[in-house]
Design a protein around this ligand. Structure first.
Ligand SMILES: O=C(O)CCC(=O)C(=O)O
Length: 320
């Protein structure tokens, strides 16, 4: 874990043992940072486990043909081929245990409420040269019914402007609107679609530089992005887990024959309190897998925004 000069005496930054005021800041701004949330040894444990996961020692996370690195490479050279692995908690007991890391749960119960469940984890490796993630809101992907979605983003390296830290638009969660998205062709970002036509500009955005061991919490309606890792060496690793209130149903995946009001994805892990829907059981859905970084392009239909709007009828744009 590197020693950093990142300024942590800023509004929205709270030491792990002084979380008073954290929930109020989060409500207003849509994010907050808990510094020193993980000890140096905990961060090292996550980094070591990240290597074991990428090497396939916890289960299959193969990269597509032609992109798989030579197993004889040193650890750093091996893992730099990965951008992100989804659901590492499904194959790694270490990652599973960190879903309910103490400071994570302390902050989540203040932000969300006493009953909290987790439905997703992602391990970003993001080595030098890898792309960022374009503007988006996480509830576009993981729709809660009470707007309680919250990312808990654990920095495993210092996250800086140079290596592609998170950027957020403070307060952008407040209108409760999910803005439209389009299949951008901006090579700075990976292949996920980009939000547009929101009433903010890049000038409203702030970078969230944090030291390793911090946790950034951000609301599922908050517009956020990250830029590419422009450093020449090293990584910008993080473990980001997504949480929500256990009271809300989660209509994330469509179950055939079930009415909209009863859709509830039950591949969840409780991290605090009681689950009022426990009687339904937990039903695993899908496993850990690699997210492509866009090597070789993002496929057909990638356009600039102007062309997209000209060419796509609004009724198609509305449901993209
Ligand atoms: O870590 C990143 O670069 C992006 C993470 C992100 O956008 C997310 O977790 O929703």
């Amino acid at each position: 874990m590197s020693k950093t000069t990142i300024d942590t005496k800023r509004p929205g930054f709270f030491p792990a043992d002084e979380l008073d005021g954290a929930a109020a800041f989060y409500r207003e701004q849509g994010f907050l940072v808990v510094t020193d949330a993980l000890a140096e040894a905990e961060v090292q444990t996550l980094c070591d486990e990240g290597v074991a996961i990428c090497r396939g020692q916890r289960g299959d996370v193969s990269l597509p043909d032609g992109l798989a690195p030579d197993p004889s490479l040193e650890d750093d050279a091996f893992i730099e081929n990965f951008l992100c692995i989804h659901h590492p908690h499904k194959i790694s007991t270490v990652m599973y245990d960190y879903l309910a890391q103490k400071t994570m749960v302390d902050a989540l119960t203040r932000i969300i409420g006493p009953n909290v469940k987790c439905m997703q984890s992602m391990l970003f490796i993001k080595s030098a040269g890898k792309p960022g993630q374009a503007w988006h809101q996480d509830e576009d992907y993981i729709p809660t019914r009470d707007r309680s979605l919250c990312g808990g983003w654990i920095a495993m390296d210092d996250a800086t402007l140079e290596n592609g830290c998170l950027w957020v638009i403070p307060g952008s969660h407040k209108p409760g609107v999910l803005w439209p998205q389009y299949p951008h062709n901006d090579p700075q970002f990976d292949c996920a679609v980009m939000s547009y036509d929101f009433p903010y500009s890049d000038d409203d955005a702030v970078p969230v530089e944090v030291p390793a061991g911090s946790i950034v919490f951000f609301n599922g309606y908050l517009l956020h992005r990250s830029l590419p890792n422009r450093a020449t060496t090293g990584f910008r690793r993080c473990l980001v887990n997504h949480y929500m209130s256990a009271e809300s149903l989660l209509p994330w995946h469509h179950k055939e024959g079930v009415g909209m009001g009863k859709q509830d994805m039950r591949d969840i892990v409780m991290v605090a309190g009681e689950d009022p829907h426990a009687w339904k059981g937990v039903h695993p859905k899908g496993g850990a897998h690699v997210r492509p970084a866009g090597e070789g392009g993002c496929g057909d239909g990638r356009v600039d925004l102007e062309t997209f709007k000209e060419e796509k009828p609004v009724e198609e744009r509305a449901y993209l």
